[in-house]
Design a protein around this ligand. Sequence first.
Ligand code: NDP
Length: 280
Amino acid sequence: MNFLSELTGSFSIPCADNPTVAMVEAAYQHHGLDWRYINCEVPPEHLADAVRGAVAMGWRGFNCSLPHKVSVIQYLDDMGESASIMEAVNCVVIDEGKLTGQNTDGKGFVESLQERTDPAGKHMVIIGAGGAARAIGVETALTGASRITIVNRSSERGQKLAALLNEKTSATATFRQWDGPISIPEDVQIVVNATSIGLGDPDEQLDLDWDSVRSDLVMADVIPNPPKTHFVREAGERGCIVIDGLGMLVNQGVIGVKFWTGHDVDPAVMRAKLEEIFGV
Ligand code: NDP
């Protein structure tokens, strides 16, 4: 008999609408893993205590969401390659008291991208320059994307991301100011919406020249809710290869569970739980 479950979870604030707990626990249950995932509301001034508490209670790891992705780094012993380039951690692995920070957002995106195309040698347009765009840009560059064009509303953030990619990866990155409808150049193979446009609003639209969107393009969105954004629907109608934001969310969960438990869990189980929650 064993009544002691292994513990994992998440530290963020606000967190009541974060469905990761339901998605991860569905996988634990499906695979008969005696593991738990606890969604914890942790304000910034209590992050240090929360991390110490997780170690004290023998937790095996935790996700960090906003606003802790950068501030958690000071409590870690080590970092994965992409997390240290991004300087952002969303997944901490605790192994015999040693804390290692990883970033599974970009890895989750690349996993869902690779189900449809290999980014190696490709030219990708990333719309947006926030945390999601940084994770996607760094991880796809590390996977071999050769050219990355960052398109962003504010030039400061966009230029900073392009500079980071040029300095820390082998990809060639350029920045384009987003000051009118974005036209997709003919040598581009992958387009990513990494802005928050569409979050919570299925009709919110990007200022994009849809006539420049060819049917052979891979069009990927990061917005998980609703999954069928205007971007996803319009790209689908134009015959593109479409990847919705659930793919990234599910795969970052699969990768996090692998880091913690060593088990490969079924992404279909996690996706089905999210689809049930979002009423897809
Ligand atoms: P940030 O706040 O760091 O960045 C937001 C980005 O969106 C910036 O580039 C910002 O431009 C741009 N943006 C927002 N509103 C507009 C607008 N009206 N017009 C033009 N540009 C706009 O957010 P994150 O990068 O952390 O997150 C972005 C989205 O990614 C969120 O919706 C989140 O839900 C999603 N996400 C999904 C994940 C998944 O697993 N599917 C994982 C992580 C995030 P500017 O710099 O000019 O302000």
